[in-house]
Ligand binder design. Structure first.
Ligand SMILES: *Cc1c(COP(=O)(O)O)cnc(C)c1O
Length: 395
């Protein structure tokens, strides 16, 4: 058999990390719905605890279904190892708590997922772990924002919901000079469209709830990185904080992964069609999509992303009320936060995900009252556009 790591992405997404011979010849990975594992003797138990014999102990530490998922994700991201968690936030918190101690500093991209922002505030208030934000757009800007106590740079790109892009290669190069770990939230693009570890970043996190699962039926998270860091997180923040994934949810993610490549291709194709249509509609003021050749960061998009993904932000003409009216007129497209599902979803950041942010700060972040974020699904693009058009025409 060809060495697993030589297979291409689509093949690995179906086969990597699984050998039916070790699982009663079952075609698909069995769901090991068990909390604990039995030892044939006290000595065997002692050996497993001591790490001198391989084998499972207890499902918070590891579980065979979860192991398949972790190995598959590590191969897809081209990292050495991975850990699965019960939510994206369990993954983010396991990493940020694992990489820092009191009085360290985390440098962050401007514009983060809301709960990541909340976690950083909590770490600062309760444990004196500091953080600050930067556009990280030039070498000088990155260097100027690194402090003596910076131990970690935490990045989201594209940034939600403004779709600004950060040059991962540039950040990784500067961080390496100073021995600072770079962590990337790769939720929006998945390993099919962007591989931060190949570019020189150290760790990445996923909300697997989104494109990895892909069917809107599971909450989960993944961390991928080098074997030493992953082993450290496994023995500390995963084991002792315990935000683990259930075997069934791991199985759902394995099922989702099999179609990740084909789904992402279709999400991207649909999004490109919708962007084109939106840009030519009189009731649309602006469209933010990384694949726009007019996008200010287009040269970075070309360099680090295979395609531009399935998320579009756009502003309708008029006011806050017009944005609300437009979304309420949609029929096929569902109003919901989350993204990456087969169903096309829309949300209005000013009234939902960013409602707690004061209007002035929101404007600075590029989030106007008329901005909407669309997660383009897998329906026929003509039907998605038909729904958007009839709602726009009512403005
Ligand atoms: C949804 C999301 C998270 C949080 O993940 P959960 O699975 O909801 O805990 C983190 N980062 C990004 C970019 C997300 O979209």
């Amino acid at each position: 058999m060809e060495k697993e790591s030589n297979y291409r992405f689509e093949t690995k997404s179906i086969h990597a990390g699984y050998d039916a011979k070790n699982h009663s010849d079952s075609l698909t990975p069995p769901i090991y719905q068990t909390s604990t594992f039995t030892f044939s003797s006290v000595q065997q138990g002692a050996n497993r605890f001591a790490g001198v014999e391989d084998g499972y102990i207890y499902s918070r530490l590891s579980n065979p279904t979860v192991t398949v998922l972790e190995e598959r994700m590590a191969q897809l991201e081209e990292g050495e190892a991975a850990l699965a968690f019960g939510s994206g936030m369990a993954a983010v918190s396991a990493v940020l708590i694992g990489l820092t101690k009191a009085n360290d500093h985390i440098l962050c991209s401007k514009g983060l997922y809301g709960c990541t922002f909340g976690l950083l505030q909590m770490l600062q208030e309760k444990y004196s772990i500091q953080h600050s934000f930067s556009h990280l757009s030039t070498a000088d800007e990155i260097r100027a924002n690194i402090r003596d106590n910076t131990t970690c740079i935490y990045i989201e790109t594209p940034i939600n919901p403004t779709m600004k892009i950060i040059d991962l290669e540039l950040v990784a190069k500067i961080a390496k000079e100073k021995d600072i770990k770079v962590v990337v939230d790769n939720t929006f693009l998945t390993p099919y469209l962007q591989k931060p570890l190949q570019i020189g970043c150290d760790l990445l996190v996923h909300s697997a709830t989104k494109y990895i699962g892909g069917h809107g039926d599971v909450i989960a998270g993944i961390v991928v990185g080098d074997a030493d860091t992953i082993s450290y997180l496994k023995k500390t923040t995963k084991k002792d904080i315990g935000g683990v994934i259930s075997p069934f949810d791991a199985w759902l993610l394995l099922r989702g992964l099999k179609t990740l490549g084909v789904r992402m291709d279709r999400h991207c194709e649909n999004a490109e069609k919708i962007v084109e249509k939106l840009r030519n509609h009189a009731k649309v003021k602006s469209v933010y999509y990384p694949g726009n050749t007019t996008h200010s960061d287009y040269h970075i998009v070309k360099k680090q992303m295979k395609k531009s993904g399935g998320l579009i932000s756009f502003e309708v003409t008029g006011s806050y009320d017009d944005a609300v009216k437009f979304a309420d007129h949609l029929k096929l497209i569902k109003i919901a936060v989350s993204l990456g599902d087969a169903e096309t979803l829309i949300q209005h950041p000013a009234s939902m995900t960013h409602a707690v942010v004061p209007e002035e700060t929101r404007k600075e972040m590029g989030i106007s009252n008329e901005l909407l974020r669309l997660s383009v699904g897998l329906e026929a693009w003509e039907d998605i556009w038909g729904d958007l058009e009839q709602a726009l025409d009512q403005l």
